[in-house]
Design a protein around this ligand. Structure first.
Ligand SMILES: O=C(O)c1ccccc1N[C@@H]1O[C@H](COP(=O)(O)O)[C@@H](O)[C@H]1O
Length: 256
């Protein structure tokens, strides 16, 4: 039987950090876009990436999740736009898409972003990823983009192995944090995959940033409920662009 009284429990909960929110700006062909299930060709365009990023910053965001989708898909890159956006931010930036070797990593880190998020490289270049984790520590996160428990790389078009085997390898190499995306939920406004997030958190001591499916303030409250299990933050994309709620409302919901 537990000796923890409800009063003590509420004190423990109150001491937990609040869920970090990372509004997303995904850039394709120079435009801020949202995709459905990350599929090329499903883009809805929301105009200038810089304007979108400045909007989230002015609304109180502490982080920006910035993705070069062309680099992720192998259809070019938006390096100039990405540099411009990071340079304009006073807030922390998590940068991803196409960071797969020394050159692309150096260019990404040189933007001044707080950390980068590696996807395909973690599946296809494990030795290189182990090296950069050892060199750059918590400036490196790994994106675990999954369908079921199968990882996907190269713009989410190719299978890249088992989620939990890869997680165990990256943990052993000292990976600082994971960005976990349920591809089946991404861009769908169907709610996050809480079960997946719980299972990943149970398999690692490292913090997890949740991505995919956030549709409502209640989804954010549910993710806040997982902070004690290891969910550190949540990426919010479509819901903000579709005006399901404002960023100010989202920040207030996670501060409750
Ligand atoms: O964010 C998306 O919607 C997305 C869709 C399709 C592919 C990648 C996507 N985003 C992020 O890009 C990186 C992976 O890039 P790479 O494999 O390292 O080149 C990863 O953070 C994805 O979450």
């Amino acid at each position: 039987m537990s000796h923890v009284t409800p009063d003590v429990l509420s004190h423990v909960t109150a001491d937990l950090p609040k869920l970090e929110l990372l509004p997303a700006v995904d850039v394709r062909d120079g435009q801020a876009v949202r995709l459905v299930h990350g599929e090329s060709g499903t883009e809805t365009s929301y105009g200038s990436p810089l304007e979108a990023a400045l909007t989230w910053q002015s609304a109180g965001a502490e982080w920006l999740h910035l993705v070069d989708l062309d680099a992720a898909f192998g259809t070019g890159d938006n390096r100039d736009r990405i540099r411009e956006v990071v340079a304009a931010m006073d807030i922390r930036v998590e940068l991803s898409g196409g960071i797969r070797d020394d050159d692309t990593l150096a260019a990404a880190l040189a933007t001044g972003c707080t950390r980068v998020n590696l996807g395909t490289a973690a599946l296809e270049s494990p030795e290189w990823v182990a090296e950069v984790i050892a060199t750059y520590g918590d400036r490196i996160a790994v994106g675990l983009d999954v369908r079921g428990t199968t990882l996907r790389g190269r713009g989410w078009t190719r299978d890249g192995g088992d989620l939990y085997e890869t997680l165990a390898r990256l943990d052993a190499e000292g990976c600082a944090r994971y960005v976990v995306t349920d591809i089946n939920k991404d861009g769908t406004l169907q709610g996050p995959n809480l079960e997946l997030l719980r299972t990943v958190c149970a398999a690692t001591e490292r913090p997890v940033v949740a991505s995919g499916g956030v549709s409502s303030l209640d989804d954010l409250r549910a993710l806040s409920g997982l902070v004690g299990e290891g969910v550190e933050g949540a990426i919010v994309g479509k819901a903000l662009y579709a005006e399901a709620f404002t960023l100010q409302e989202a920040l207030a919901a996670v501060a409750e």
